[in-house]
Design a protein around this ligand. Structure first.
Ligand code: SAH
Length: 206
């Protein structure tokens, strides 16, 4: 168990990264401090400890492993890319995290009902609408969802509208910088800095 946000950020920053990030899957690792910020808020809201958690598009496992370190009961972590999952499994084993179940598959096949979903889905920059099946699946499988989206008015409007249609209320609880290292040929800067919204979705009770 981890008891401090800073400690969590440090552990998550030290995880093994994508070996050959794949552009078509938008494989950007969530920086340790951003992952810790999201998870810590979820933890303080009572959405992690003793809960069953899902991580859609787990990549190298940052959010799944972080949730486990904050006391989640079981974490189901899915990704479509076997190379990413190998890194995620290595990261979990390295930290003696043994309650994360890694699943290979497309997000639409995620079959577990969970208390909370935490995810950093593709932003939909390479494939427009790539974030949609993630939002749909998260809202189908959990009543509470934490998700990371580009902080832009059009994205905000889209996410809010999409979630409302699925019966969820959306709150942007923080906007933070997110650093993307130069890893694809179209990246011109060594380090790209974007702003992202950390969002909490909650199912409306009628
Ligand atoms: N959640 C991780 C990785 C974010 S990158 C982190 O926070 O660091 C987005 C991840 O979604 C990648 O690992 C990519 O392989 C995965 N992904 C993209 N499209 C997918 C799909 N259709 N089904 C399942 N996983 C997908």
């Amino acid at each position: 168990m981890v008891f401090k946000k800073k400690q969590l950020a440090k552990i998550l920053s030290g995880l093994e990264r994508f070996k050959n990030p794949k552009v078509e899957f938008e494989q950007y690792i969530t920086p340790g401090d951003v992952a810790a910020e999201l998870l810590w808020n979820a933890f303080l809201n009572g959405d992690i400890a003793e809960k069953t958690v899902g991580d859609l598009g787990t990549g190298t496992g940052v959010l799944a492993i972080g949730a486990s370190l904050l006391g989640a009961k079981t974490v189901y972590a899915l990704d479509c890319d076997v190379d990413a999952l190998k890194v995620a499994e290595y990261n979990a084993a390295n930290l003696q995290v043994d309650n994360v179940v890694f699943v290979k598959g497309d997000v639409s096949f995620f079959g577990y009902k969970v208390d909370t979903v935490v995810m950093n889905p593709p932003f939909g920059c390479q494939n427009r609408y790539a974030d949609r099946p993630f939002l749909e699946k998260a809202c189908e499988k959990a009543d509470v969802v934490y998700s990371i989206h580009l902080s832009r008015d059009d994205v905000k409007g889209f996410v809010r509208g999409f979630a409302e249609k699925l019966g969820f209320r959306v709150e942007v609880f923080e906007t933070v910088p997110f650093e993307i290292p130069q890893q694809f040929h179209f990246h011109e800067k060594r380090l790209e800095r974007v702003l992202v919204d950390l969002c909490r979705f909650e199912k409306k009770v009628f």
